[in-house]
Every structure is written in structure tokens, then in C-alpha cells.
Design a binder for this molecule. Sequence first.
Ligand SMILES: Nc1nc2c(c(=O)[nH]1)N(C=O)[C@@H](CNc1ccc(C(=O)N[C@@H](CCC(=O)O)C(=O)O)cc1)CN2
Ligand SMILES: Nc1ncnc2c1ncn2[C@@H]1O[C@H](COP(=O)(O)OP(=O)(O)OP(=O)(O)O)[C@@H](O)[C@H]1O
Length: 180
Amino acid sequence: MKEQLRKHYLNELKTIPEIDRERINQKLQEQLFQHPKWTQSKSIGITISACYEWDTIPIIEKAWSEGKYIAVPKTVPETKSMIFYYISNFDYLKKEAFGLLEPDPNYLAKATDGDLDLIIVPGIAFDDDGYRIGHGGGYYDRYLAKQNVNTLSLLSNQQLVKKLPIDDYDIPVKDLIVVY
Ligand SMILES: Nc1nc2c(c(=O)[nH]1)N(C=O)[C@@H](CNc1ccc(C(=O)N[C@@H](CCC(=O)O)C(=O)O)cc1)CN2
Ligand SMILES: Nc1ncnc2c1ncn2[C@@H]1O[C@H](COP(=O)(O)OP(=O)(O)OP(=O)(O)O)[C@@H](O)[C@H]1O
């Protein structure tokens, strides 16, 4: 069920025309930068976006320009866990599984639990309650199970579903910014 939904919505995302993608990216950023969770957060955890994901690069640059701290996740496949590392430029990133860019721990400082004021959670489909389907690694569910941190996701209405199937371990995102 989840696997089918994941495939379907991933395909939807991949086929959004470039012109719409640009407009949605613009609006997501506009709304994010006005959001109280953004303005009130000093340290933000966010991924480096892959091609079909919403562009996080301008978001990271904006954060730096506002004096915020940015931390990006490195996945630990053995334990299916994530560790966030602070970055202040795009120099120390490495291509890892699935072509995702991850921080190089040899050069960067770890964010300790409780450091981050806000985590911007990636996902493929979401429902009104903030439940989400991601890439299927369960990385965010495991991470968010360990600590109660503010979370927010960015999505287009094409990614919004009335009701997703929920498993015991699923942890909903607290706020959604949806662009129509
Ligand atoms: N840009 C970006 N970075 C991100 C994420 C993301 O969604 N986007 N992640 C968001 O979580 C984490 C990486 N997510 C991953 C999710 C699944 C698998 C993976 O190994 N998938 C296997 C099957 C998983 C399994 O065996 O259960 C596969 O697809 O074959 C790897 C990384 C952290 N970084
Ligand atoms: N807190 C947890 N403890 C143990 N296993 C978990 C936990 N959370 C998720 N899992 C496992 O992770 C797997 C993937 O979960 P799910 O399909 O919800 O991932 P996802 O949310 O789509 O992925 P991601 O969080 O990486 O974007 C499930 O098979 C589940 O058993």
C-alpha cells in the first residue's frame, strides 16, 4: 500500500513541468521565510535536495544570510539512523547512496540532540494530519521518535492526500506549507 503510494506520488513529482516547479519553489520559499517557525529558529536541520525534490539550496543560503545555522543529515545505513552536521558552505558534501549529497563528517561539527530549533522534513506524499511517506528508509521516523523537535514540510498540493495509511512508528510533521 505505502509502496504503491510512494511510487505514484514520486512519479507525479518527477513529471511536474519545469515552469510549474519554478513557481512552486518560489512560493514555498516566500511562505517559509514568513513562517514564525522560520523567523523564530536559529538552527535549522534540512536536506540537500535531489533533482525532483523542492529546491533547498536557496533556503540554505537565505538562512546563512540571516545568520542562522544549518545542519544537514548524514545517514548511517547500519542503524538506519541520521546524524546532522553543521555546514557553512557547500564544500564538504559527498555523494552517497541514491546520489544524495551528505555532509563529510571528517570536516564538520555534529549537531547534538536538542541543538536544532526546526527540522524541515522531506517527503513524497503527506496527509492533512502531517503524516508522510518518504523514501522508505524510515530515517525521519526513527530520528523524530527520539526527540520532540519542531518540524515543518514543504509541498505542493499534488503531494497532499486525504488520508495516508498510518503505522505505529509514523510520526507526523507538525506544520505543512502547501502551495497550490
Ligand atoms: N535530499 C534528501 N536527503 C535525504 C533524505 C531525503 O528524502 N532527501 N532522506 C530522507 O529520509 C534521508 C535519506 N533517505 C534514504 C531513504 C531510503 C534509503 C534506502 O536505502 N532505501 C532502500 C530501501 C530501504 C529499506 O531497505 O528499508 C531502497 O530504496 O532500496 C536511503 C536513504 C536523508 N537524506
Ligand atoms: N521508530 C522506528 N523504530 C524502528 N523501525 C522503524 C521506526 N520508524 C520506522 N521504522 C521502519 O522503517 C521502515 C520504513 O518506514 P516508512 O515507510 O514509514 O519510511 P519513510 O517515512 O517513507 O522514510 P524516510 O523517513 O526515510 O523518509 C519501516 O519498515 C519501519 O519498520
